[in-house]
Design a protein around this ligand. Structure first.
Ligand code: GLY
Length: 390
């Protein structure tokens, strides 16, 4: 079945899932209007990264996902409450601009799908300014000798080398938007050079990806790979793999360069092979031991988003492989990880921050806001809604 036939065959399920998400969130959202949630406490209620009831603070890299999630629901339902929540959160997020020293390349995650989407949907001038500030901050991290956007700020343990992370492939989409918005090709050149560097430094011959690679800032040459948030050095952290799948698919969409589509397919193929043997239940790392059982629903949801986009751009013959895999991942989440009731605020359980988590078991098999975001974005795509947020 090609893309269109697969959507048709699954229409009843897609419609039902969208309705269940909307039903739940139309009840939960009015209780969370003054929040930017990250996870859900033991009481089943969202925490709040604005006021310190969250393990992290207002500069946390995930604080764009809640407003982005609200915009997805607003586009698909036109319920005013979702827009109100998105706009409130965007204003609260202004506090992060005052935390300049804590900001890094994740300003893309933070502002591209919050203020950036607000501006693209409504033309709001303040939202445009927020997105431009964030976009220029991101561009200021570009290293012309290395050909990459610097990821983090603290590289004090690396002898002057800098850590470059595969997650960055999602942040650079903001630079494609900047190039269009400011009619200035330099932003696109930075994004393209960065994507080319990541292919060279992070994508392994078998289609899996390193999470972190130290690079020489004078040349952009890789110095050594680090284990990062996965199980160990050389293993396959599933969320990193998902960032690469969706990120390279997006670089293809924004540039039309087939090289990026081919990389997206290669990393997707590796993900699909491993997910299939795990019955489409995605672990934290595809090379982790059988015990303890650490899952990552966020990786499954994000990878599905990337596969849906890949499926739209490959030959009719190839479409079934990517759209079929995306539906398998989403149906597995629907069955095993999603709670559509209002007993707790989050949609997805079984997200994990990292294999060796800084927050111990609290960061494992838990609710994480971007799981809800990407699951909803995947269903939004299958419903045929637009625009593309990234
Ligand atoms: N970007 C950090 C993470 O995926 O956990």
């Amino acid at each position: 079945m090609n893309y269109k036939e697969t959507i048709e065959a699954n229409k009843e399920w897609i419609d039902a899932v969208w309705e269940k998400i909307d039903k739940k969130m139309s009840e939960i959202t009015p209780t969370a209007l003054d929040k930017i949630p990250y996870t859900t406490g033991k009481n089943g209620k969202f925490d709040n990264c604005v006021e310190g009831e969250c393990p992290y603070d207002i500069a946390w890299w995930c604080n764009g996902f809640w407003p982005g999630y609200m915009w997805l629901l607003y586009v698909g339902t036109k319920r005013a409450i979702y827009k109100e929540a998105a706009v409130n959160a965007e204003k609260l997020l202004d506090g992060a601009f005052r935390e300049y020293d804590k900001l890094h390349h994740d300003v893309g995650f933070m502002w591209h799908i919050s203020a950036g989407v607000n501006y693209r949907l409504t033309g709001d001038k303040d939202a445009r300014l927020r997105a431009l500030y964030a976009g220029d901050f991101l561009a200021s991290r570009y290293n012309p000798n290395g050909g990459y956007i610097r990821s983090w700020n603290n590289d004090s343990d690396t002898d002057g080398y800098q850590k470059l992370i595969v997650d960055s492939m999602m942040n650079i989409t903001m630079l494609y938007w900047m190039a269009e918005e400011k009619q200035d090709i330099r932003y696109k050149q930075m994004a393209v050079n960065h994507a080319d560097t990541i292919i060279r430094t992070h994508i392994r011959p078998d289609g899996t990806a390193h999470h972190i690679v130290e690079v020489d800032p004078k040349t952009g040459e890789p110095v050594k790979a680090l284990g990062g948030q996965g199980y160990e050095l050389g293993s396959t952290w599933t969320r990193g793999q998902a960032w690469a799948i969706y990120g390279f698919a997006l670089s293809y969409i924004h540039t039309g360069d087939e090289k990026y589509l081919n990389v997206a397919k290669r990393v997707a193929n590796a993900f699909i092979a491993c997910a299939a043997v795990n019955n489409w239940i995605v672990p934290l790392d595809f090379r982790q031991p059988d015990e303890p059982k650490y899952y990552d629903s966020t990786a499954a949801a994000c990878a599905a988003c990337g596969m849906i986009e890949i499926a739209k751009h490959v030959s009719e013959y190839d479409q079934k492989n990517y759209i079929g895999a995306a539906i398998k991942l989403l149906k597995s989440l629907d069955k095993k990880a999603v709670d559509y009731s209002t007993d707790k605020d989050n949609l997805l359980d079984y997200g994990s921050e990292a294999y060796y988590p800084g927050r111990g078991e609290d960061g494992i098999n838990t609710a994480i806001i971007y799981g809800d975001y990407y699951y909803t974005e995947a269903i939004y795509k299958l419903k045929g809604f637009g625009p593309l947020f990234w």
